[in-house]
Write a protein that binds this ligand. Structure first.
Ligand SMILES: NC(=O)c1ccc[n+]([C@@H]2O[C@H](COP(=O)([O-])OP(=O)(O)OC[C@H]3O[C@@H](n4cnc5c(N)ncnc54)[C@H](O)[C@@H]3O)[C@@H](O)[C@H]2O)c1
Length: 195
């Protein structure tokens, strides 16, 4: 059900249509974000609309269905750029920090309905966000690889495995958390000059 997540009503409609189509919902995964690289208002608005407002709208729209499920889960993709340090645009940092705060509130407020809420926070992951297929990676990507203790970018399937764990019954007592998946980037960035 293609949806532009900058459209708040569209997010709510997407959740309802999905629940109608599937006969209910067990999981909501807020993953999309669109953002420009500038600091102007238009960039701020698009990033916050897609990266934070949409999470709010879709999450609240999903509550009745997730409560009905009895083991509902809201999982949101944050970023170490929002939770552990400042990087990217101010809007991206704000949106990604915002979803962590929202997730904590959702976990507290919805726990009595049996609904869990968590964030996964990737570091550098090799996806089309960084380059178009067949094109070289830019200097920022290369530098981040060098700064990551494991010496490489993460793979999408590694993030998918964390997502699957967090929405599964295996994670039945984990809620309100932001969990980094970053190859050690945040705990041990390899700077060019060691001090
Ligand atoms: N790749 C990384 O290094 C990295 C690091 C930290 C966090 N993340 C986060 O991971 C998530 C996935 O990003 P990715 O790396 O796969 O990037 P990506 O650009 O490959 O994927 C983003 C997806 O969002 C969709 N999207 C963009 N704007 C949309 C809109 N307005 N409405 C609906 N869908 C829209 C795109 O179609 C695309 O499928 C994002 O939340 C991103 O912030 C990625």
């Amino acid at each position: 059900m293609p949806t532009d997540v900058t459209d708040r009503e569209g997010c709510r409609r997407m959740v309802k249509d999905a629940a109608d189509h599937l006969g209910g919902l067990d999981i909501l995964f807020n993953n999309a974000i669109s953002y420009g690289r500038g600091n102007e208002d238009a960039c701020w608005d698009a990033t916050l609309k897609s990266g934070l407002n949409a999470v709010w709208a879709a999450s609240m729209a999903s509550v009745p269905y997730l409560a009905e499920s009895g083991k509902g889960v809201i999982l949101t993709t944050g970023s170490v750029a929002g939770t552990r340090f400042a990087w990217s645009t101010p809007a991206y940092s704000a949106a990604k920090a915002g979803v962590v705060g929202l997730t904590r509130w959702l976990a507290k407020d919805l726990g009595s309905k049996g609904i869990r809420a968590n964030c996964l926070c990737p570091g550098l992951i090799e996806t089309p966000l960084w380059h178009n297929p067949g094109e070289p990676y830019d200097a920022t990507f290369q530098r981040w690889v060098e700064m990551t203790p494991l010496g490489r970018a993460g793979r999408p399937e590694e993030v998918a495995r964390l997502a699957l764990f967090l929405v599964s019954d295996e994670a039945s007592f984990i809620t309100g958390q932001d969990i980094a998946i970053d190859g050690g980037f945040c705990v041990g960035m390899r700077f060019e000059v060691d001090v």
